[in-house]
Design a protein around this ligand. Structure first.
Ligand code: ADP
Ligand code: MG
Length: 242
C-alpha cells in the first residue's frame, strides 16, 4: 500500500517553475532514494511532502489523507512525517535531551519523565547516551546529526524524510550517520532519502529516482540506475558524481 501518493505535483517560486509534474508513490516500508543535480528540485519535493512548501498544483496524499487540501490538519499530519535536514537545525540553547523532549512535551503533551525516558532510549539507539546533557555546540557534526535523527524519531513518525543528511559533514563523520540510517532502514521504517552517497543508496535503497529540472527523468532499482542507466542525463550525472 502506498503511504505517500503524489499526483501531477507542480511548484513555482514566482516565475521559477521548479517542480514540473511529479508523480510518485512511496510504499509502506519502502526506502526511496532521490538523486539529481543541484537545483533540480529535490529539496522542494521533499519539503512539499510535509507541506513545508505549498504546491502550486497537484495533490499529495499521506496515509490516505489529501494533505494538499486547504482543510487538512497539517500540525497533526506533520507529527507522522519526520524530517532531517542537511544543517542539523538543533536548538543551540537547549541541551541534547531538551532538544528531543521539547516537541514531545509541547506537541505530544507527553509527561516530562516519560519524554526523557523515550529520549534516552533514542539516544542509546543513535549511540549518544553519554551526551544527553551536552549542548549542540559541544558535539561534532556527526553527533549533532544523530541527535537530529533521534529528535525526529521521538515523534514516532510513519515516514522519515532525509535531505542530504551527510552533505554538511566532514568525511570521517559520514559513516556514523549512515550507520544509524541503515539501522533504521533495517527496522522497516519508510524512508525517502535525498543523498549523493551512492554506496549507501545501493545498500538500503529499494528504488532510486533521478530528478532533473523538476521532473523524474528515470527510476529503477539501485542496480539498474547505477549500472545501466537508460537516460543520457542520468548517465552524465552519474559519471560526474561516482
Ligand atoms: P535541489 O535540492 O535539487 O538542489 P531545490 O529544490 O533546493 O533543488 O531548488 C530548486 C530550485 O528552486 C533552485 O533554483 C532554487 O534556487 C529554487 N528555490 C528553492 N527554494 C526556493 C524559495 N523558497 N524561493 C525561491 N526559489 C527557491
Ligand atoms: Mg537540496
Amino acid at each position: 500500500m502506498a503511504i505517500i501518493r503524489v499526483r501531477n505535483l507542480e511548484k513555482s517560486f514566482g516565475k521559477l517553475h521548479v517542480l514540473r509534474g511529479i508523480d510518485l508513490d512511496v510504499k509502506e516500508g519502502e526506502k526511496l532514494v532521490i538523486i539529481g543535480p543541484s537545483g533540480s528540485g529535490k529539496s522542494t519535493l521533499l519539503r512539499c511532502l510535509n507541506m513545508l512548501e505549498v504546491p502550486t498544483k497537484g495533490t499529495i496524499e499521506f496515509a490516505g489523507e489529501v494533505i494538499t487540501d486547504p482543510q487538512a490538519d497539517l500540525p497533526r499530519i506533520r507529527k507522522d512525517i519526520g524530517m532531517v535536514f542537511q544543517s542539523f537545525n538543533l536548538f543551540p540553547h537547549k541541551n541534547v535531551l531538551e532538544n528531543i523532549t521539547m516537541a514531545l512535551v509541547i506537541v505530544k503533551k507527553m509527561e516530562q519523565a516519560k519524554a526523557e525516558e523515550l529520549a534516552l532510549s533514542l539516544l542509546e539507539k543513535v549511540g549518544l547516551s553519554d551526551k544527553a546533557r551536552n549542548y549542540p555546540a559541544q558535539l561534532s557534526g556527526g553527533q549533532q546529526q544523530r541527535v537530529a535523527i533521534a529528535r525526529a524519531l521521538a515523534m514516532q513518525p510513519k515516514v522519515m524524510l532525509f535531505d542530504e543528511p551527510t552533505s554538511a559533514l566532514d568525511p570521517e563523520m559520514v559513516g556514523e550517520v549512515l550507520e544509524v540510517m541503515g539501522a533504521l532502514a533495517r527496522e522497516g521504517m519508510t524512508m525517502v532519502v535525498v543523498t549523493h552517497e551512492m554506496k549507501f543508496a545501493r545498500e538500503i535503497g529499494d528504488r532510486v529516482i533521478f530528478m532533473d529540472e523538476g521532473v523524474i527523468v528515470e527510476e529503477g532499482t539501485p542496480e539498474q540506475i547505477f549500472t545501466e542507466p537508460r537516460n543520457p542525463r542520468t548517465r552524465s550525472f552519474l559519471t560526474r558524481v561516482m
